[in-house]
Design a protein around this ligand. Structure first.
Ligand code: ASP
Length: 651
């Protein structure tokens, strides 16, 4: 009998020939009883294009089934002559077992596997056995944790060097390195989950607005400066030397033109660009859900918008938002919380004690009130005094000084021998004459600390809003898993910019004043302008501004007057917004709209701690992209084509 041994088409043919003589590669023999073995040690091609399941899909009900899976090696371990691999894909993780049932060469091949290699296997689903079920199966974290796939064939689709950081949700790698290898970072299950949720949010919004008669229309990226008040990103024009496009800060003017064009209901999930200093968690390019409606008042826009948010919350986290959402005036929010985006999940409200403290000898209080300012306070409760230690209080005072406060006067409330409340420590001695009245006005009890802030209204609000949040964090007052939505309405239309010494728009210069306040806009006394309320609204969730909008001015004479008040001359208005002013001459419908920050909504829904965790390829806090190295130097030739000459910074 002939023993054949040769290769053909990537397979080793080996064994006793029989049946019929054949000649392959110059050798004669009978093929019938030959064994086919892959030519390369161990691996047998597995048709990766015919995956039968994903790595998140197999359960005990599949035991006995032959399957083909493909994915990445998350973990691998040699254990008592067997190889175990956790195979990961977008859908989950499945354990592979290369053991006794695995052909020897395949088992050998499995020993070569390393993290992040891309492989495909064919095998049979088996129960892990009662003692070997993953504990994470019972917690719901690993739905495949009851089974494993006993591998018959393995194909290594591509190899990988050791990744620069561990691809796990518990990685401690620095963000810069994660962003440099963002495609590896994005393999992490938590990030993948964020982007699946992001997709679901966008899909839900599109479906919702489609069902309400909105059309998604695109607006240009290469355009003229838009009026959101940030710095523009500029794009030099090659065809028009010395001229520039600006990337849109929002589609504001174009969506208004859609209303003039009779499109009635516009929506767009759109990228916006603002060249701002990247304060905590901002991105230079971000995504807005942008909409505009004709023949509406603020109420219709707000209800449409809250319906959209409700649809998203119902879809993504099965949470029914109680509607209509509560509304609060800007003034009330500032008075009670010191901020126009209050976190209403906890109390700790600001109290005005201006009238009372003038009866004390404490100079900072008296001076604040005499110069037209206020003294407000917060009362926090820390009965054991465990949290608000001397060190913590000093730390809080330092923080406040860091944002511009002169200090943080406080006093503690204790019980005297008769159980009566009295003040002690801090500025207690100055408060003696008013102590009983103060305690009853602010409702303070033994164990409380009273924190004071004297100054002008805006500064006091800012400092106490900061303190309120810090105290809530320290004292654990913020309940988890609660969604507190709130519309803030009746914003002022204008505010005084002390640096520029002029009135500026609180939203943007196309926001309409409340009808009742129109006479104030036309008043000659500029002090009246600060009293004009806008038909504007912001939606706040747990102290975070999700977005906002307004009813727009559609009457040219009102727009003209507002420009005057803003100090924008006829010529400048024409130069900047001439095309909009022109359009407003041609029968504009009354209209209004709003925009939500999509990234921020996704961030809140996913519980992500940074916007960078919900933007696929974000910029660092320094505004750079470690992945591509952008922004980068360009060739002289490119600059010359654009008629640009480098200027050394600082000269
Ligand atoms: N354009 C505004 C913004 O980007 C939103 C609006 O008024 O619709 O904030």
């Amino acid at each position: 009998m002939n023993i054949l041994s040769f290769t053909v088409k990537g397979f080793k043919v080996h064994g006793p020939g029989c049946y019929k003589d054949v000649e392959v590669h110059g050798k004669t023999g009978r093929l019938g009883e030959c064994r086919l073995e892959p030519e390369r040690e161990g691996s047998m091609p597995v048709p990766y294009h015919q995956r039968t399941h994903t790595c998140g899909e197999l359960r005990a009900a599949h035991v006995g089934l032959e399957v083909i899976l493909a994915g990445w090696v998350a973990h691998h371990r040699d254990h008592k002559g067997m190889v175990f691999v956790d195979l990961r894909d977008r859908y989950g993780m499945t354990q592979l077992r290369f053991g006794d049932e695995t052909p020897r060469p395949v088992l050998e091949e499995a020993r070569r596997l390393r993290s992040e290699w891309c492989i495909c296997v064919r095998g049979t689903v088996a129960h892990r056995g009662p003692g070997n079920v993953s504990p994470r199966f019972y917690t719901g974290e690993l739905p495949t944790g009851e089974i494993e796939v006993v591998v018959q064939d393995l194909e290594i689709l591509s190899e990988s060097p050791p990744p620069p950081f561990e691809i796990s949700d518990y990685t401690s790698a620095h963000e810069d390195i994660r962003l440099e290898y963002r495609y590896l970072d994005l393999r992490r299950p938590s990030l993948q989950r964020n982007f699946l949720i992001r997709h679901r949010v966008a899909k839900t919004l599109r479906d919702y607005f489609d069902a309400h008669g909105f059309v998604e229309l695109e607006t240009p990226f290469l355009t003229k400066s838009t009026p959101e008040g940030a710095r523009d990103f500029l794009v030099p024009s090659r065809l028009h030397p010395g001229k520039f496009f600006a990337l849109p800060q929002s589609p504001q003017l174009f969506k208004q033109l859609f209303m003039v064009a009779g499109m009635d209901r516009y929506v767009q999930i759109v990228r916006c660009f603002r060249d701002e200093d990247l304060r905590a968690d901002r991105q230079p390019e971000f995504t807005q859900l942008d909409l505009e409606m004709s023949f509406v008042r603020a109420d219709e826009v707000m209800r449409m918008a809250e319906g959209a948010i409700a649809a998203v919350f119902a879809q993504v986290c099965q949470y029914e938002i109680p509607r209509p959402l509560p509304r609060m005036s800007y003034r009330e929010a500032m008075d009670r919380f010191g901020i126009d985006r209050p976190d209403t999940r906890f109390g700790l409200e600001l109290k005005d004690v201006s009238a009372l403290v003038t009866q004390t000898e404490f100079a900072p209080f008296r001076q604040a009130v005499e110069s037209g300012g206020v003294v407000k306070c917060l009362v926090s409760s820390d009965p054991g005094g465990q949290v608000l230690t001397r060190k913590t209080i000093d730390g809080l005072a330092d923080e406040l000084r860091g944002i511009g406060a002169a200090g943080l006067p406080y006093t503690k409330v204790v019980a005297d021998e008769n159980g009566q409340a009295r003040v002690e420590t801090g500025i207690a001695k100055y408060l003696a004459p008013i102590a009983p009245a103060l305690l009853s006005q602010v409702g303070a009890r033994p164990g409380d600390v009273i924190w004071f802030m004297p100054g002008n209204y805006a500064a006091v609000s800012k400092f106490l809003a900061h303190l309120r949040l810090r105290l809530a964090q320290l004292l654990n007052l913020i309940p988890a898993n609660r969604w507190h939505f709130l519309w803030i309405v009746d914003f002022p239309l204008l505010e005084w910019d002390d640096e520029e010494k002029r009135w500026v728009s609180v939203h943007h210069p196309f926001t309409a004043p409340l009808e009742d306040d129109l006479p104030l806009l036309f008043a000659e006394d500029s002090q009246q302008w600060g009293r004009i309320r806008a038909q504007a609204y912001d939606l706040v969730l747990n102290g975070v501004e999700l977005g906002g909008g307004s009813i727009r001015i559609h009457r040219p004479e009102v727009q003209r007057r507002l420009f005057q008040v803003l100090g924008i001359g006829e010529e400048e208005a024409q130069e900047k917004f001439g095309f909009l002013l022109q359009a407003l001459r041609y029968g504009p419908p009354p209209h209004g709209g709003l925009a939500f920050g999509l990234d921020r909504i996704v961030m809140m829904l996913t519980g992500a701690s940074s916007l960078r965790d919900v933007i696929a390829f974000p910029k660092t806090q320094r505004g750079t992209c470690p992945l591509t190295g952008a922004p980068s130097v360009v060739a002289q030739k490119q600059l010359a084509e654009l008629f640009l000459h480098p200027v050394t910074p600082g000269r």
